[in-house]
Design a protein around this ligand. Structure first.
Ligand code: PMV
Length: 362
């Protein structure tokens, strides 16, 4: 599908005067990372993620047809019960970007009511779950206007719109494993939207566990936009984008074969490479904290002393995602409790696992 396939044409709004839609949309954790993009939110390399289950955003979009279509976007944002003016610029930018595809957007005024299942200041990015939840509410309006659209089109356009809000949000519509970005070995993969991993996944990856250790709950030190832009003149960017493409090929096989030793190696290397890119950009950023490294060290020690296939991955921050197969849940939880929680802020962590994707909530 091309960008033009997502433009809504010849629509009739007479049947849709007011109402509301609610969607619950998850966060996701990348295994092969997306870092570097070109306009408009086109990734420099494909990425693959686990969709999460428990970390999600619930958004209700109330809409009311305006008497007269005005030039501005009319909306209010209520986050966890409080009106938030500071959230508006990002959403306004999103509306501007998607207007070509959702041309009725200025015909309505909106109240966006949103809440996260995880603490806002946890260092867990809410842009993927937040932007995908809002995109789903909007495509739901489109479906009301144009009921003929298929489930596949609905999901692809939701992901396409979400991508224009935040790149990684493109991977938050479906589950449990999503690919975003064109790759020659993955049929139907696209830079425009995420798709479900199209091959049979080995059962060992079913309900794969992700325990998120909250090492540092502070504000993001580097915004995603700034970080992605630093890849433009980065001395290692070409090698990185090539490496990511190779890692997608390798991971595609690993996910089908269930080779956990290779999975661990690849996933940890991706996390460290993401941080290596930040540490070698200009300006540079060190986003790991001493406790991040302490946890990484302990995970590796545990792995070498046991038969465990535990591993870690990182986002653009200090928190550690501890990944492991469901069959190890009991042992790894004991290890985390006794050995890792001491390195988390206020011993805080979130237990999550791979999930099935977004759900309609009303
Ligand atoms: O979606 P963005 O633009 O905030 O980028 C997020 C990028 C990483 O989380 C660091 C990696 C990824 O692929 O999710």
């Amino acid at each position: 599908m091309t960008e033009k396939d997502f433009i809504l044409k010849d629509f009739d709004l007479s049947g849709l005067t007011s109402g509301s839609f609610s969607w619950q949309s998850p966060s996701n954790i990348a295994l092969v990372k997306y870092w570097g993009k070109s306009d408009p939110q086109i990734p420099k390399n494909p990425s693959i993620s686990f969709t999460l289950n428990n970390c999600h955003t619930l958004t209700t979009l109330e809409f009311k047809k305006k008497d007269k279509v005005s030039d501005d976007f009319e909306f209010e944002v209520i986050f966890e019960g409080k009106k938030r003016e500071d959230f508006k610029p990002k959403i306004e930018k999103f509306f501007k970007r998607i207007e070509r595809y959702i041309p009725f957007i200025r015909n309505y005024s909106y109240v966006i009511n949103t809440e996260n299942s995880f603490p806002h200041s946890s260092g867990i990015a809410s842009s993927a779950s937040g932007m995908s939840a809002l995109a789903l509410c909007l495509i739901n309006m489109e479906k009301e206007i144009n009921p003929e659209i298929t489930k596949e089109y609905f999901n692809r356009k939701a992901s396409f719109l979400a991508r224009l809000g935040s790149g990684s949000a493109a991977r938050s519509i479906e589950g449990e494993i999503v690919v975003w970005g064109e790759h020659r070995e993955i049929p139907e993969s696209s830079d425009l939207y995420g798709i479900r991993f199209p091959f049979d996944v080995h059962p060992v990856f079913k309900n794969y566990q992700d325990t998120i250790l909250l090492v540092d709950k502070g504000q993001k030190q580097v915004s995603s936009t700034l970080g992605h832009n630093l890849m433009i003149d980065h001395p290692f960017s070409k090698q990185r984008f090539d490496q990511a493409r190779k890692n997608i090929s390798a991971l595609t096989n690993i996910l089908q074969e269930g080779n956990l030793k290779n999975f661990v190696k690849l996933v940890e290397s991706e996390a460290l490479t993401l941080h290596a890119m930040m540490m070698t950009s200009d300006p540079d950023f060190i986003l790991m904290k001493p406790n991040t490294l302490e946890i990484i060290q302990r995970i590796r020690e545990y792995r070498s002393q046991t038969e465990s296939d535990i591993c870690f991955t990182l986002d653009a921050g200090a928190n550690v995602h501890v990944l492991f197969p469901e069959r190890e849940k009991e042992n790894v939880n004991t290890f985390i409790n006794s050995n890792l929680l001491a390195f988390c802020q206020k011993k805080q962590y979130i237990c999550d696992q791979a999930g099935k994707g977004a759900k309609k909530a009303n």
